[in-house]
Design a protein around this ligand. Structure first.
Ligand code: IMP
Ligand code: MG
Length: 181
């Protein structure tokens, strides 16, 4: 019986297996736990795509963390997120807190540029970025990424919380989605 990723219609191929994902999440959690030792960071998950990554990462951190979420939507020409909308904001002030943004994937960088600008104005003690995936070849704005799981090529990925037209979010691994048509 072939693995599920090969039989789901709409999936082109497996990109990153569950085992490889979990090993990387553990590695990131070790690094973050060491860097924030003695602190109580606030993890800010950008919904919806980061929900699975954040849940796995958070339970591997050896820190007393707080968690909050923002629901963010990007609209633009074609695939580019030129207009970023905050559909749901954080539930509390972040002033004086060590904030770690947890993102699923950085593509052009417009989304995080906007979110970082907005959160920085609220005077956190520190503001860092942790992303599971990064597409360096697609970047249009400069961003400093503090923690990154995998640099990937310019393909459309889905799974592990990330959707393709709302599909494939609940897969426990990452796939390359088939281009429509
Ligand atoms: P950016 O603003 O261009 O960096 O895009 C960020 C957002 O676009 C990500 O948080 C994702 O929600 C979405 N995105 C970018 N690339 C992909 C992809 O390959 N699959 C699914 N969503 C993506
Ligand atoms: Mg996202």
């Amino acid at each position: 019986m072939p693995p599920a990723e090969y039989i789901l219609p709409g999936v082109e191929r497996l990109l990153i297996s569950e085992t490889t994902l979990h090993a990387k999440v553990s590695e990131l959690a070790r690094q973050i736990s060491a860097d924030y030792q003695g602190k109580r960071p606030l993890l800010v998950g950008l919904l919806k795509g980061s929900f699975m990554f954040l849940a796995d990462l958070a339970r591997e951190l050896t820190l007393d963390c707080e968690v909050d979420f923002m629901l963010v939507s990007s609209y633009g020409n074609g695939q580019e997120a030129t207009e970023v909308k905050i559909l749901q904001d954080l539930t509390a002030s972040i002033q004086g807190q060590d904030v770690l943004i947890v993102e699923d994937i950085i593509d052009t960088g417009f989304t995080l540029q906007k979110i970082c600008g907005l959160l920085a104005e609220r005077q956190p003690a520190s503001l860092k970025i942790c992303t599971l995936l990064n597409k360096p070849s697609r970047r249009q704005v400069a961003l400093s990424v503090d923690y990154c799981g995998f640099d990937i090529e310019d393909v459309f990925v889905a799974g592990y919380g990330i959707d393709f037209a709302q599909r494939f979010r609940c897969l426990p691994y990452l796939v390359v989605a088939k281009k429509p048509g």
